[in-house]
Design a protein around this ligand. Structure first.
Ligand code: PLP
Ligand code: COI
Length: 337
């Protein structure tokens, strides 16, 4: 194998050996197929191309000190893909089929699971698309489920170093009763302009507000948002954000550590009162926030250039569980054997 510089991997696509595919046809799922091609043929009238019948997931495989490979909360990603697909009228793989496909994809690409302590992981990307042809706006009757893998470094270049984000007020990634709570590709399309605009101004990401009132914090690019004050972990309660598995895990770990947890709407001015702020997700892990810029008021909320103590504690515990360095007391780990 060409040698990979594990320590300097970007969050990008690198070809691995195999991907897994499964077709839904005639009302049922077929068997898992192994492919070494990075391409598939698709009908020109597939609903995935025209009407946005496309959902995806993201999870990671971690190599421990014991050399074992662990998946983190894989069944939760499976359930979320099922919920996302069902929400837009797709046939979605049952949880067990999803887990089996992920296990198989990781096992077959085992040599791409980065070494322990390299800072890199094997990112797993399950994808579900409508492949059946329709011209009228209707759900497809055929679907393709694909799982591919790619070794990745940190999503945000700074890794665990705090970064700057910017509040977005002139566009929405999801409507109040829309698809923000499910992982459909269209949400990411809707957010591209705001993301690019923030990056052009030197910010790592945009921070979305609720679409209806522009009063509350929603989420931070491809990650959930949290703030810390008075030994309390505070994260938005919103119907238009993705229910992050990382965020859910951090809420549980915070409680384990004796930190209070509040899930409730966060009004923009409350940003002033936080001692720490951060973004969390599979790709982002915990990415601490240094500054939040609000273009409407020109206000800058500053949390300092070093990660705060609560973020550090949560980050270390989450990573320790994912890599097998701390006991998996919540049953979150599945081994790839
Ligand atoms: N929010 C959005 C919009 C995302 O794309 C992601 C990534 O999946 C998250 C939040 C974080 O979710 P999770 O922790 O399940 O990866
Ligand atoms: C993830 O955190 O897995 C994501 O899906 C984020 C992004 C790369 C879309």
């Amino acid at each position: 194998m060409e040698s990979i510089d594990w320590k300097n991997l970007p969050f990008g696509y690198l070809k691995t050996d195999y991907n897994i595919r499964c077709q839904f046809k005639d009302g049922k799922w077929g068997s898992l197929e192994v492919s070494s091609s990075e391409y598939f043929n698709i009908h020109i009238a597939a609903t995935g191309l025209h009407y946005g019948q496309e959902v995806f997931e993201g999870l990671k495989a971690y190599r421990g000190k014991d050399n074992k490979i662990r998946l983190f909360r894989c069944r939760d990603n499976a359930q979320r893909m099922f919920d996302s697909g069902s929400y837009i009228q797709m046939a979605a793989p049952p949880v067990d089929l999803f887990v089996e496909a992920v296990q198989k994809a990781v096992k077959l690409n085992e040599r791409f699971v980065p070494p322990y302590e390299s800072g890199a992981t094997l990112y797993v990307r399950p994808l579900l698309i409508g492949t059946g042809a329709q011209v009228g706006v209707k759900p497809a009757d055929e679907y393709l489920f694909v799982v591919f893998t790619t070794p990745v470094g940190p999503y945000f270049k700074t890794g665990f170093k705090p970064l700057d984000v910017m509040i977005t007020r002139n566009s929405d990634r999801a409507a109040p009763l829309g698809t923000g709570h499910v992982k459909v590709g269209g949400n990411y399309a809707a957010g591209l302009t705001a993301g690019v605009a923030a990056q052009q101004l030197g910010y790592a990401s945009c921070l979305y507000l609720d679409a209806k009132e522009k009063k509350y914090i929603d989420e931070c690019g491809p990650a959930n948002f949290f703030g810390i004050k008075n030994n309390t972990y505070i994260t938005p309660d919103s119907k238009s954000i993705l229910p992050s598995i990382t965020n859910r895990s951090l809420m549980t770990l915070a409680q384990d550590l004796g930190i209070k947890v509040e899930r409730r709407p966060i009004e923009v001015p409350e940003l002033e009162t936080f001692e720490e702020a951060g973004a969390c997700g599979t790709a982002a892990v915990i990415t601490p926030i240094k500054k939040i810029f609000d273009p409407e008021t020109n206000k800058v909320y500053d949390y300092g250039s070093e990660a705060g103590p609560v973020s550090v504690k949560l980050y270390n515990l989450l990573r320790a569980i994912q890599y097998g360095d701390a006991e998996d007391t919540h049953g979150w780990i599945t081994f790839v054997e």
